[in-house]
Design a protein around this ligand. Structure first.
Ligand SMILES: C[S@@+](CC[C@H](N)C(=O)[O-])C[C@H]1O[C@@H](n2cnc3c(N)ncnc32)[C@H](O)[C@@H]1O
Length: 269
Protein backbone atom coordinates (compact mmCIF):
# COMPACT_ATOMS: atom_id res chain seq x y z
CA UNK A 1 0.00 0.00 0.00
CA UNK A 2 1.53 3.32 -0.93
CA UNK A 3 0.57 6.93 -0.50
CA UNK A 4 -0.12 9.38 -3.33
CA UNK A 5 2.79 11.57 -2.33
CA UNK A 6 0.81 14.80 -2.37
CA UNK A 7 0.83 15.47 1.37
CA UNK A 8 3.59 15.60 3.89
CA UNK A 9 2.41 14.65 7.33
CA UNK A 10 5.32 12.61 8.69
CA UNK A 11 4.63 9.26 10.27
CA UNK A 12 6.02 9.05 13.84
CA UNK A 13 8.30 6.09 14.48
CA UNK A 14 6.47 3.04 15.85
CA UNK A 15 6.33 2.85 19.59
CA UNK A 16 6.34 6.59 20.21
CA UNK A 17 2.64 6.79 20.93
CA UNK A 18 1.53 8.24 24.21
CA UNK A 19 0.76 5.64 26.86
CA UNK A 20 -2.82 4.42 26.59
CA UNK A 21 -5.13 6.48 28.78
CA UNK A 22 -7.79 4.18 30.17
CA UNK A 23 -10.99 4.61 28.20
CA UNK A 24 -14.08 5.36 30.23
CA UNK A 25 -17.51 5.78 28.67
CA UNK A 26 -18.76 8.24 31.26
CA UNK A 27 -21.59 10.73 31.05
CA UNK A 28 -19.01 13.54 31.05
CA UNK A 29 -17.31 11.99 28.01
CA UNK A 30 -20.65 11.81 26.16
CA UNK A 31 -21.42 15.43 27.06
CA UNK A 32 -17.99 16.54 25.80
CA UNK A 33 -18.50 14.68 22.50
CA UNK A 34 -21.91 16.22 21.94
CA UNK A 35 -20.55 19.69 22.78
CA UNK A 36 -17.76 19.20 20.24
CA UNK A 37 -20.32 17.94 17.70
CA UNK A 38 -22.20 21.21 17.95
CA UNK A 39 -19.04 22.94 16.69
CA UNK A 40 -18.69 20.58 13.70
CA UNK A 41 -19.54 23.25 11.09
CA UNK A 42 -17.72 26.19 12.69
CA UNK A 43 -14.69 24.37 14.08
CA UNK A 44 -14.28 21.00 12.32
CA UNK A 45 -10.74 20.54 13.69
CA UNK A 46 -12.12 20.63 17.21
CA UNK A 47 -14.88 18.12 16.52
CA UNK A 48 -12.99 15.66 14.34
CA UNK A 49 -9.89 15.90 16.51
CA UNK A 50 -11.93 15.13 19.63
CA UNK A 51 -13.76 12.29 17.90
CA UNK A 52 -10.52 10.78 16.62
CA UNK A 53 -8.86 10.93 20.06
CA UNK A 54 -11.92 9.37 21.65
CA UNK A 55 -12.09 6.62 19.03
CA UNK A 56 -8.45 5.69 19.37
CA UNK A 57 -8.72 5.59 23.16
CA UNK A 58 -11.76 3.33 22.80
CA UNK A 59 -10.05 1.13 20.24
CA UNK A 60 -7.07 0.72 22.56
CA UNK A 61 -9.38 -0.73 25.18
CA UNK A 62 -9.87 -3.68 22.78
CA UNK A 63 -6.44 -4.09 21.23
CA UNK A 64 -2.85 -2.86 21.33
CA UNK A 65 -2.02 -0.43 18.55
CA UNK A 66 1.75 -0.23 18.79
CA UNK A 67 3.07 -1.26 15.34
CA UNK A 68 -0.35 -2.56 14.39
CA UNK A 69 -1.27 -2.28 10.72
CA UNK A 70 -4.54 -0.35 10.62
CA UNK A 71 -6.77 0.58 7.70
CA UNK A 72 -9.16 3.46 8.27
CA UNK A 73 -11.96 2.91 5.78
CA UNK A 74 -13.57 6.18 4.69
CA UNK A 75 -11.19 8.18 6.83
CA UNK A 76 -11.58 11.36 4.76
CA UNK A 77 -8.99 13.99 5.68
CA UNK A 78 -7.11 11.73 8.06
CA UNK A 79 -7.89 12.89 11.61
CA UNK A 80 -8.21 9.27 12.74
CA UNK A 81 -5.11 8.18 10.83
CA UNK A 82 -3.04 10.88 12.58
CA UNK A 83 -4.28 9.79 16.01
CA UNK A 84 -3.68 6.13 15.18
CA UNK A 85 -0.13 6.90 14.13
CA UNK A 86 0.44 8.89 17.31
CA UNK A 87 -0.60 5.71 19.14
CA UNK A 88 2.13 3.80 17.31
CA UNK A 89 0.03 2.20 14.58
CA UNK A 90 0.97 2.05 10.90
CA UNK A 91 -2.14 3.41 9.33
CA UNK A 92 -3.43 3.97 5.84
CA UNK A 93 -6.68 5.70 5.02
CA UNK A 94 -8.83 4.47 2.13
CA UNK A 95 -11.42 6.88 0.73
CA UNK A 96 -12.88 7.28 -2.77
CA UNK A 97 -13.49 11.02 -2.60
CA UNK A 98 -10.52 13.32 -3.33
CA UNK A 99 -12.46 16.31 -2.00
CA UNK A 100 -12.93 14.56 1.37
CA UNK A 101 -9.26 13.61 1.48
CA UNK A 102 -8.28 17.26 0.96
CA UNK A 103 -10.85 18.66 3.36
CA UNK A 104 -8.50 19.61 6.16
CA UNK A 105 -5.75 21.67 4.60
CA UNK A 106 -6.28 21.31 0.87
CA UNK A 107 -3.86 18.39 0.55
CA UNK A 108 -4.51 14.67 0.63
CA UNK A 109 -2.52 12.99 3.43
CA UNK A 110 0.50 11.17 2.03
CA UNK A 111 -0.67 7.90 3.53
CA UNK A 112 -4.12 7.99 1.94
CA UNK A 113 -5.11 5.84 -0.98
CA UNK A 114 -8.15 6.29 -3.13
CA UNK A 115 -10.45 3.32 -3.09
CA UNK A 116 -13.85 2.11 -2.06
CA UNK A 117 -14.96 0.27 1.04
CA UNK A 118 -16.87 -2.00 -1.31
CA UNK A 119 -13.64 -3.17 -2.88
CA UNK A 120 -10.79 -2.40 -0.53
CA UNK A 121 -7.41 -2.15 -2.24
CA UNK A 122 -5.94 -4.33 0.49
CA UNK A 123 -4.77 -7.95 0.46
CA UNK A 124 -6.96 -10.49 2.27
CA UNK A 125 -5.93 -11.06 5.89
CA UNK A 126 -3.25 -8.35 5.74
CA UNK A 127 -4.29 -5.89 8.45
CA UNK A 128 -4.40 -6.12 12.22
CA UNK A 129 -7.25 -3.66 12.64
CA UNK A 130 -9.82 -2.58 10.07
CA UNK A 131 -11.61 0.51 11.33
CA UNK A 132 -14.48 2.51 9.95
CA UNK A 133 -16.29 5.40 11.55
CA UNK A 134 -19.52 6.79 10.15
CA UNK A 135 -19.15 5.42 6.64
CA UNK A 136 -21.44 2.38 6.53
CA UNK A 137 -24.55 4.55 6.14
CA UNK A 138 -22.96 6.14 3.07
CA UNK A 139 -22.62 2.99 0.98
CA UNK A 140 -25.49 1.29 -0.87
CA UNK A 141 -24.42 -2.19 0.25
CA UNK A 142 -23.53 -2.10 3.95
CA UNK A 143 -23.18 -5.88 4.28
CA UNK A 144 -20.73 -5.92 1.36
CA UNK A 145 -18.65 -3.22 3.05
CA UNK A 146 -18.60 -5.09 6.36
CA UNK A 147 -17.60 -8.29 4.53
CA UNK A 148 -14.75 -6.43 2.84
CA UNK A 149 -13.49 -5.24 6.21
CA UNK A 150 -13.51 -8.80 7.51
CA UNK A 151 -11.74 -10.02 4.40
CA UNK A 152 -8.93 -7.48 4.83
CA UNK A 153 -8.42 -8.40 8.50
CA UNK A 154 -6.00 -11.14 9.54
CA UNK A 155 -7.32 -14.07 11.59
CA UNK A 156 -7.31 -12.89 15.21
CA UNK A 157 -7.45 -9.25 14.07
CA UNK A 158 -10.11 -6.71 14.95
CA UNK A 159 -12.86 -4.97 13.00
CA UNK A 160 -14.10 -1.68 14.49
CA UNK A 161 -17.23 -0.71 12.60
CA UNK A 162 -19.41 2.18 13.69
CA UNK A 163 -22.28 3.91 11.96
CA UNK A 164 -25.18 6.27 12.51
CA UNK A 165 -28.49 4.48 12.93
CA UNK A 166 -31.14 5.59 10.48
CA UNK A 167 -33.87 5.94 13.09
CA UNK A 168 -31.66 7.92 15.46
CA UNK A 169 -32.29 11.66 15.79
CA UNK A 170 -29.24 12.27 13.52
CA UNK A 171 -30.11 9.45 11.10
CA UNK A 172 -30.88 11.91 8.29
CA UNK A 173 -27.71 13.94 9.02
CA UNK A 174 -28.32 17.53 7.91
CA UNK A 175 -31.83 16.60 6.73
CA UNK A 176 -32.78 15.49 10.25
CA UNK A 177 -35.32 15.27 11.80
CA UNK A 178 -37.35 15.22 8.58
CA UNK A 179 -35.98 11.78 7.71
CA UNK A 180 -38.58 10.46 10.13
CA UNK A 181 -41.08 11.36 7.39
CA UNK A 182 -38.99 9.54 4.78
CA UNK A 183 -35.47 9.95 3.43
CA UNK A 184 -36.52 11.20 0.02
CA UNK A 185 -38.96 13.67 1.47
CA UNK A 186 -36.25 14.99 3.82
CA UNK A 187 -33.76 15.38 0.96
CA UNK A 188 -36.30 17.18 -1.28
CA UNK A 189 -37.29 19.47 1.56
CA UNK A 190 -33.65 20.33 2.20
CA UNK A 191 -33.06 21.03 -1.52
CA UNK A 192 -36.10 23.31 -1.73
CA UNK A 193 -35.07 25.30 1.31
CA UNK A 194 -31.36 25.59 0.57
CA UNK A 195 -31.27 25.71 -3.21
CA UNK A 196 -28.86 22.73 -3.32
CA UNK A 197 -28.94 19.02 -2.70
CA UNK A 198 -27.86 17.91 0.78
CA UNK A 199 -24.35 16.46 0.95
CA UNK A 200 -25.92 13.40 2.56
CA UNK A 201 -28.55 12.81 -0.11
CA UNK A 202 -30.84 9.89 0.63
CA UNK A 203 -30.55 7.08 -1.93
CA UNK A 204 -27.39 8.58 -3.43
CA UNK A 205 -24.84 9.28 -0.69
CA UNK A 206 -26.79 8.18 2.37
CA UNK A 207 -28.79 5.04 3.08
CA UNK A 208 -30.96 3.67 5.86
CA UNK A 209 -29.05 1.14 7.97
CA UNK A 210 -30.58 -0.30 11.10
CA UNK A 211 -29.00 -2.03 14.09
CA UNK A 212 -31.15 -5.10 13.47
CA UNK A 213 -29.79 -5.52 9.94
CA UNK A 214 -26.12 -5.48 10.93
CA UNK A 215 -26.64 -7.59 14.03
CA UNK A 216 -28.30 -10.21 11.81
CA UNK A 217 -25.31 -9.95 9.50
CA UNK A 218 -22.89 -10.57 12.38
CA UNK A 219 -24.87 -13.59 13.56
CA UNK A 220 -24.84 -15.08 10.09
CA UNK A 221 -21.03 -14.92 9.82
CA UNK A 222 -19.10 -17.94 10.95
CA UNK A 223 -15.72 -16.22 10.61
CA UNK A 224 -16.20 -13.46 13.20
CA UNK A 225 -17.19 -13.24 16.83
CA UNK A 226 -18.71 -10.12 18.38
CA UNK A 227 -16.34 -8.81 21.04
CA UNK A 228 -18.66 -5.93 21.87
CA UNK A 229 -21.75 -4.14 20.63
CA UNK A 230 -22.17 -0.68 22.14
CA UNK A 231 -23.93 2.62 21.63
CA UNK A 232 -20.69 4.35 20.64
CA UNK A 233 -21.18 7.81 22.11
CA UNK A 234 -23.32 6.94 25.10
CA UNK A 235 -22.29 6.21 28.68
CA UNK A 236 -21.46 2.64 29.59
CA UNK A 237 -24.57 2.21 31.70
CA UNK A 238 -26.68 2.68 28.56
CA UNK A 239 -25.12 -0.33 26.85
CA UNK A 240 -28.11 -2.65 27.58
CA UNK A 241 -30.19 -0.56 25.18
CA UNK A 242 -28.57 -2.40 22.24
CA UNK A 243 -30.49 -5.50 23.30
CA UNK A 244 -33.90 -3.85 23.01
CA UNK A 245 -35.32 -4.03 19.48
CA UNK A 246 -36.73 -0.77 18.09
CA UNK A 247 -35.73 1.28 21.13
CA UNK A 248 -32.07 0.71 20.23
CA UNK A 249 -32.66 2.04 16.72
CA UNK A 250 -33.69 5.41 18.13
CA UNK A 251 -31.74 5.72 21.38
CA UNK A 252 -28.39 4.09 20.64
CA UNK A 253 -27.71 6.82 18.04
CA UNK A 254 -24.52 5.29 16.69
CA UNK A 255 -23.84 1.57 16.82
CA UNK A 256 -20.33 0.25 17.32
CA UNK A 257 -19.61 -3.34 16.36
CA UNK A 258 -16.28 -4.66 17.60
CA UNK A 259 -15.60 -7.98 15.87
CA UNK A 260 -12.72 -10.41 16.07
CA UNK A 261 -11.93 -12.50 13.03
CA UNK A 262 -11.73 -16.11 14.14
CA UNK A 263 -8.27 -17.59 14.09
CA UNK A 264 -9.49 -20.53 12.04
CA UNK A 265 -11.10 -18.25 9.43
CA UNK A 266 -9.74 -18.73 5.90
CA UNK A 267 -7.80 -15.71 4.59
CA UNK A 268 -7.94 -16.41 0.88
CA UNK A 269 -10.47 -14.65 -1.30
C1 LIG B 1 -19.19 11.26 7.44
S1 LIG B 1 -17.62 11.01 6.67
C2 LIG B 1 -16.78 10.13 7.97
C3 LIG B 1 -15.34 10.52 8.06
C4 LIG B 1 -14.59 9.89 9.24
N1 LIG B 1 -14.50 8.47 9.09
C5 LIG B 1 -15.25 10.27 10.55
O1 LIG B 1 -15.77 9.42 11.25
O2 LIG B 1 -15.19 11.46 10.90
C6 LIG B 1 -17.99 9.75 5.50
C7 LIG B 1 -16.76 9.36 4.69
O3 LIG B 1 -17.08 8.17 3.98
C8 LIG B 1 -16.45 8.25 2.74
N2 LIG B 1 -17.09 7.31 1.81
C9 LIG B 1 -18.23 7.42 1.12
N3 LIG B 1 -18.43 6.34 0.33
C10 LIG B 1 -17.38 5.52 0.55
C11 LIG B 1 -16.98 4.25 0.03
N4 LIG B 1 -17.72 3.59 -0.88
N5 LIG B 1 -15.83 3.73 0.46
C12 LIG B 1 -15.06 4.35 1.40
N6 LIG B 1 -15.40 5.56 1.92
C13 LIG B 1 -16.52 6.13 1.49
C14 LIG B 1 -16.62 9.70 2.34
O4 LIG B 1 -15.77 10.08 1.28
C15 LIG B 1 -16.31 10.39 3.66
O5 LIG B 1 -14.94 10.64 3.80
Amino acid sequence: MSGDGSGARPEPPPGTGAPAAPFRATLARSAALFAAFRAEQTDPDRFYGALARDTVAQLRSYTALDRAVVVDVGGGPGYFADELRAAGARCVCVDPDPAELRLRDGRAPDTAIMGSALRLPVRSGSVDVCLSSNVLEHVPEPAAMAAEMVRATRPGGLVYLSYTLWLSPWGGHETSPWHYLGGRYAAERFARRNGRRPKNDFGRTMFAVSAARMLRWVRARSDVEAVDVVPRYLPRWMKPVVRIPLLREIVAWNLLLVLRKRTDAPTAG
